[in-house]
Design a protein around this ligand. Structure first.
Ligand code: MRU
Length: 365
């Protein structure tokens, strides 16, 4: 199992660096095939982010940090910083919504600028990119601990998309408290929503949960209201791609509808995310850039046929068009709380500012 190859301190890592190569589990092939990609240059790593071989806010960030390290390795000594700025601009265009991508690129670029020679900068870029991955993994362990007491005994937890270790290195975000509960022998049952159009729930979350031996069932996106009304869901935990200063949260398309359903059934709705996903400079959800992806993702479905062939088939009426917004924004008012590396943070501006201040000071020490 390739996922076990990267099981080191701080949980599991879906993307890592070996010498000049960025290696990653190709998440497009899961759960049918386990394919490992070895990418030799920052444009290749950027393309892997854009094409979603690696996806999920934290993993996108880590891949972007490693792409910057690759850029540093290959940049010529003359015009080194200009080349790093060019690479940063290129990588930033890979995907627009997840804050972690911009966080990682800026962090590696800032580290490089502190050095006094290209040789030093190459080493520093590699170290900083690795630090992004390891800091992320540590934060997910803290999220696991903070979220554990919230897991309702004997009731099912619903999650959307994939916010496990494939999406955020370490323990994942939304799945982190669930992994910890399971490890501690607490009975926990998970409903994973299918998450059309790319089906990250059906393909990735169920794969992770099955590997961990956590009891779960797949739920069609359209079955959530029915299941909540029957009293079969005790809590919702989702991850996040970007959280604005006022607490509005961008996450996988469909999260907004889930939050309203949870609110109207009196079910707690938590967002699990560490500080690199928060965007203090973004005042509200209205300013979060929302990615629109290719309409084919909606018009088609991809899976494995009875003959064992992975293929895409057209589902929709021939000749029609589709819209494909990949994320939506859940207003802070529908969020019960943020599960962070510093505990539970209330979904309101002062609490978020205090949390981010605390994190900034911790990093400066
Ligand atoms: O389009 P994706 O698969 O990258 O979207 C991922 C999500 O929306 C996750 O729920 C989100 O990143 C939170 S997990 C870190």
């Amino acid at each position: 199992m390739i996922e076990q190859r990267r099981r080191f301190q701080g949980g599991r890592h879906p993307v890592w660096m070996e010498e000049a190569f960025v290696c990653m589990i190709d998440q497009r092939a899961l759960p049918h095939e386990e394919i490992l990609l070895r990418l030799g240059s920052y444009p290749e790593t950027t393309a892997a982010i854009r094409d979603m071989a690696v996806r999920g806010a934290g993993s996108i960030g880590v891949a972007a940090g490693f792409a910057m390290a690759q850029a540093a390795l290959n940049a010529p000594a003359s015009g080194f910083l200009e080349e790093m700025e060019r690479a940063a601009a290129h990588i930033r265009l890979a995907r627009p919504t997840a804050k972690n991508l911009f966080y990682a690129v800026d962090r590696v670029l800032a580290a490089v600028k502190e050095t006094s020679s290209p040789e030093q900068a190459r080493q520093r870029a590699r170290m900083e990119a690795q630090a992004v991955a390891e800091d992320d993994a540590r934060m997910t362990q803290e999220i696991a601990k903070a979220g554990l007491p919230l897991i309702p005994a004997g009731e099912a937890v619903l999650t959307h998309c994939n916010a496990g270790w494939l999406a955020y290195p370490g323990w994942g975000t939304a799945l982190a408290p669930i992994y910890l509960a399971h490890e501690q022998g607490i009975r926990v049952f998970v409903y994973a929503t299918e998450t059309r159009p790319r089906s990250q729930g059906a393909k990735l979350t169920t794969w992770e949960l099955a590997q961990a031996g956590i009891p779960h069932a797949l739920l069609a996106d359209t079955a959530v209201g029915f299941t909540m009304r029957k009293g079969e869901i005790g809590m919702v935990i989702v991850g996040a791609d970007r959280i604005a200063a006022n607490g509005d949260t961008a996450n996988k398309i469909g999260t907004y509808s889930l939050s309203i359903l949870a609110e109207s059934h009196g079910i707690p709705f938590y967002v699990a995310a560490p500080s690199p996903t928060f965007d203090a400079e973004c005042p509200s959800g209205d300013q979060i850039p929302i990615e629109e992806r290719d309409e084919r993702e909606v018009l088609e479905a991809t899976g494995r046929s009875a003959a064992g062939v992975v293929e895409s088939v057209r589902v929709a009426t021939p000749g029609i068009r589709a819209r494909n917004p990949a994320f939506d924004v859940t207003p802070a008012k529908w969020i019960t709380g943020f599960i962070t590396e510093c505990g539970i943070v209330e979904p309101q501006p002062q609490a978020i500012a205090q949390f981010l201040d605390k994190r900034r000071h911790a990093l400066l020490r």
